[in-house]
Design a protein around this ligand. Structure first.
Ligand SMILES: Cc1cc2nc3c(=O)[nH]c(=O)nc-3n(C[C@H](O)[C@H](O)[C@H](O)COP(=O)(O)O)c2cc1C
Length: 303
């Protein structure tokens, strides 16, 4: 019998299927579906130290084969999260991965320190698509020096698996992957959204309140698969692949490019049963191919 059980760094998952941060809230919106057959881990929406109300509306617009969002990291902040969200998440009996972000290194470190004192958190994911206000607003994830420094500072206060989530908005993603590895990340995830914009021709103005947004969904998949392929060749770290995964074949592409696990984001809005459907599909694939485990397929697309 094939098995979807997956080990990624020291994380043991029942399946390689995770939720992508920001597309599953803190799990409560999907509470009635939370016994999702096949969900290997829950990555919650990015948490910041202080509450954030996010960007002005409109925040979402559909695009060809995708969507553009500019939510702006709306979240209730650490204090509320610890009191009102973490207790129900700890009881779900599913590996919990907390995504964090900040305006400064100190904010990321403060979050990691506070979360390290809690029980029931399996891993931290660093959302690196945020401006570093002390460095003139350069995104943490776009500069090798800034990225390595941040990862190593968080590493020094966080004792469990550390995931660095890379942004695709760079020239050479392999360089950033190596910087995160040198800083001490255990796992890399990619991709976050691609920057884009839509103009409303009726008004002649940007359609999103924030002008720019992040593109996700099937439109970004070929870019994401290529980046996973490149990162796999650049580092020895295990990878979580995401970007436009809608079905089993899409998930397999990421695994064959080098991902050990995958995350599903935009597809959850289209069909909340996407993850169970992919889990069933992966099982079928293994059975038909006569394979015991998906680990046998990781990176097979490489020479
Ligand atoms: C509405 C929305 C909100 C998102 N919020 C976050 C977030 O809070 N933190 C984060 O790291 N990524 C966030 N993302 C990016 C996703 O986690 C994922 O990296 C990206 O959408 C690509 O995967 P997909 O095409 O399957 O959605 C968000 C994406 C969407 C569509």
């Amino acid at each position: 019998m094939p098995s979807l059980k997956t080990r990624i760094a020291s994380l043991a998952l029942e399946t390689p299927l995770l939720t992508a941060s920001g597309t599953f809230g803190f799990g409560d919106e999907y509470a009635s579906l939370m016994r999702l057959e096949g969900l290997g881990g829950l990555v919650v929406k990015t948490l910041t130290l202080k509450p954030r109300s996010g960007n002005p509306p409109p925040r979402l617009v559909e695009t060809p084969a995708g969507m553009l969002n500019a939510i702006g990291l709306q979240n209730p902040g650490l204090k509320h999260f610890l009191k009102a969200e973490l207790p129900h998440l700890q009881n779900r009996n599913i590996p919990l991965i907390i995504s964090i972000a900040g305006d400064t290194e100190e904010e990321y470190v403060a979050l990691a320190e506070a979360l390290d004192r809690q029980t029931g958190i399996a891993a931290l994911e660093l959302n690196l698509s945020c401006p570093n206000v002390k460095k003139g607003g350069i995104l943490f994830g776009t500069d090798v020096v800034i990225l390595e420094s941040l990862v190593s500072k968080v590493r020094s206060v966080w004792n469990k698996p550390l995931i660095a989530k890379l942004t695709p908005n760079v020239t050479a993603v392999a360089d950033l992957a190596r910087a995160a590895a040198t800083g001490g990340a255990d796992i890399l995830s990619a991709i976050n959204t691609l920057r884009g914009m839509v103009i409303d021709v009726a008004t002649g103005r940007p359609l999103l309140g924030n002008r720019f947004g992040g593109l996700s969904g099937p439109a970004v998949r070929p870019v994401a698969v290529k980046m996973i392929y490149e990162i796999f060749e650049a580092t020895k770290l295990p990878l979580i692949g995401m970007g436009g995964i809608m079905n089993t074949d899409d998930a397999l592409q990421f695994i064959m490019a080098g991902a050990t696990a995958v995350a599903v984001g935009t597809a959850n809005f289209v069909e909340p049963q996407t993850i169970p459907q992919i889990a069933a599909g992966l099982n079928d694939y293994l059975e038909k191919a006569g394979l015991e485990s998906l680990h046998e397929l990781v990176g097979v697309a490489h020479d």
